[in-house]
Unconditional design. Structure first.
Length: 160
């Protein structure tokens, strides 16, 4: 089954906490750690990547912490995940590394795989969806219920 990495889950949760302080209040790593129940050591790694990528900046001194470099409505969930883990790849055979190494994640059928395009398309659909969701959506409590409800209705119809 598809699973989001712990790094990505914690990264989005950390960015949510930092976004809560936007535009004027830096958020300390300790506050993020306590509110999201994530170790400071792991957050340091995650926030370091996000800072190097330019999504956040650190403020030194008393009252310091982390702040967004752009407004919450300008930062998509897809952008955060891309920085932390790279493009979504449903299977190993569709990763950029597999292409560059001229291999397909150990798959011997890569050159004539009948479903590789399906996995690529699914990955693109997920990325496109996540690109429409911003930190502002999370701050505003958007629950995506129409999207989720659509799937529930389809499953109920199949089960009848």
């Amino acid at each position: 089954m598809l699973r989001l990495s712990t790094r990505c889950q914690y990264g989005v949760r950390a960015m949510y906490e930092i976004a809560r302080g936007y535009p004027a209040m830096p958020v300390t790593i300790r506050v993020i750690s306590e509110k999201q129940d994530v170790s400071v050591a792991f957050l340091e790694q995650i926030l370091g990547k996000l800072r190097k990528a330019g999504l956040i900046r650190s403020v030194k001194g008393p009252g310091g912490g982390y702040m967004l470099k752009a407004a919450p409505e300008e930062i998509s969930i897809e952008e955060i995940l891309l920085i932390l883990e790279g493009p979504i790849a449903i299977t190993a055979c569709v990763t950029q590394e597999a292409k560059e190494d001229n291999r397909a994640g150990g798959c011997v059928k890569a050159d004539h795989c009948v479903i590789q395009h399906l996995w690529k398309a699914l990955g693109r659909q997920i990325e496109d969806f996540l690109n429409t969701i911003t930190l502002r959506d999370l701050l505003d409590g958007r629950h995506f219920s129409p999207i989720l409800q659509h799937g529930v209705e389809e499953r109920e119809a199949v089960c009848r």
